[in-house]
Write a protein that binds this ligand. Structure first.
Ligand code: NAI
Length: 418
């Protein structure tokens, strides 16, 4: 999927010790899958546990000074545990708010074990590529509690500390166990050689890489990418093709202002360069047990995973109707329209409708309302966060139930740093 830039994974968390804080968010959880996007799941209605009350009270207390808490936490961590500094990127800019976001997510779901565990397992697996080890967790926990107790001084007491210690202990154990299990079946990362680099517009490149060992994934998923020029800075990109027999993977990357990784990939990477890939993630995948139609909205480079989904349906041989709405600001930005039209030509069940903002005088989600009916369709959205939000609203309006609308997590998309 080559999603262009989805948020970047978190960096290593370091961590907890008996009782510490939480880890950083990592893989972008995409779409409305509880495991991927715990934030999307409604909070349970049963009364909060005493620990949850104390944890949420702490979060409310430190919320207004979140930046200070985060800076202090990292300062403590690096001063007390300098051996952990190399696990993090040289520049901590994009790293900073990841910790707090993870904390908020975990705190929000502290009583919702099923959702929290799925989220933390994903986080634990994703931390393998940072070199995070079980012995790092206590250090993170200790410094997290140190930072929280300082900035929540007014409400901090023994019970609050004990609640954080219990929560952090559980959190870190779930992450450690998930990483250990994953270690038995997959590498922590893959090296991949750039084999082609096709600059489609001045700022969009289609990049194809060859991983050093088999890379199993599903169409619609994404991965994390680290370039040799910005060590330990990882960004998420969707795979732009379904799994291929030659094992090659491709991504669509748009260079965005101040996007270190995206600019390096678009303007610097050349065949022969070696990048690193994290594990595949995301659940915006096709359910092959049904024969419902697929209604796909791809905005800009968000067309990448949509193309992978179309190829996936084609490979499964099912004649399911697939309708793709491909949105772009100008004709020129429809950089992959030829590929999509070729697919349409080969597959009678596929309809591709380009929607150019300036010509259509409307945006992608509005165009969908002019077609239909869509009640027999599953919907897939991929693109900028604003498009996902208004797209979900539009799709619900035309009668598609929420559980049939798939996309990566908007929170993560919004955090894309590129
Ligand atoms: N799996 C995913 O969800 C993926 C997401 N992306 C994300 O897609 C974005 C692509 O960026 P660009 O190519 O610059 O796209 P862009 O900003 O040029 O937007 C492309 C099209 O999306 C629609 N759109 C944009 N904002 C909208 C809004 N607020 N409401 C309704 N429709 C809207 C319009 O039709 C627009 O022409 C990046 O943010 C990237 O992170 C990219 C690949 C995969």
């Amino acid at each position: 999927m080559a999603r262009h830039a989805i948020p970047d994974g978190a960096q290593p968390v370091a961590a907890p010790s008996p009782g510490m804080p939480l880890p950083l968010p990592e893989e972008p959880a995409r779409r409305s899958d509880p495991a991927a996007d715990p934030v999307a799941v409604p909070a349970p209605t049963r009364p909060a546990s005493p620990d949850a009350v104390l944890i949420r009270r702490t979060m409310a207390e430190v919320g207004p000074v979140a930046d200070k808490v985060t800076s202090y936490f990292y300062a403590l961590l690096f001063v007390r545990h300098p051996d952990l500094r190399p696990l993090f990127p040289a520049s901590m800019d994009t790293q900073r708010d990841r910790l707090l976001k993870a904390l908020l997510t975990a705190a929000e779901h502290i009583d919702n074990t099923e959702v929290l565990v799925a989220y933390l397992q994903n986080l634990g697996r994703g931390h393998r590529k940072y070199g995070t080890r079980p012995e790092h967790y206590p250090a993170v926990g200790e410094c997290l509690i140190g930072a929280l107790s300082r900035f929540a001084e007014g409400i901090w007491d023994r019970e609050t500390e004990a609640a954080w210690v219990r929560a952090y202990t559980t959190i870190s154990q779930v992450m450690i166990d998930a990483a250990a299990k994953d270690e038995l079946r997959a590498p922590a990362w893959w090296y991949a050689e750039v084999v082609s680099h096709d600059l489609r517009t001045p700022d969009v490149a289609v990049i194809t890489v060859r991983p050093d060992q088999p890379y199993p994934f599903l169409a619609g998923q994404y991965t994390s990418v680290e370039t040799p020029w910005w060590p330990r800075i990882w960004r998420h990109y969707s795979f732009a093709a379904a799994p291929r027999s030659d094992g090659l993977l491709s991504f669509h990357v748009k260079a965005v202002p101040a996007g270190w990784v995206s600019n390096a990939l678009v303007h610097r990477a050349r065949p022969g360069d070696i990048i690193r890939l994290g594990a595949p993630a995301g659940s915006m995948t096709v359910d092959h047990t049904t024969d419902s139609g697929l209604l796909c909205l791809g905005g800009g480079t968000g067309i990448a995973p949509i193309k992978a989904l179309v190829e996936d349906v084609a490979e499964h041989g099912a004649r399911r109707p697939v309708e793709v709405f491909y949105g772009a600001r100008t004709d020129h930005d429809l950089y992959d329209i030829d590929t999509m039209l070729r697919l349409q030509h080969s597959h009678p069940w596929l309809a591709v409708r380009p929607v150019v903002d300036r010509q259509a005088h409307l945006q992608l989600p509005d165009a969908v309302r002019e077609y239909g009916p869509w009640n027999e369709y599953d919907a897939y959205l991929s693109g900028p966060p604003g498009m996902i939000r208004s797209g979900v609203d539009a799709l619900r309006d035309v009668g598609i139930p929420s559980d049939r609308i798939r996309h990566d997590a908007v929170e993560e998309l919004a955090a894309v740093g590129n």
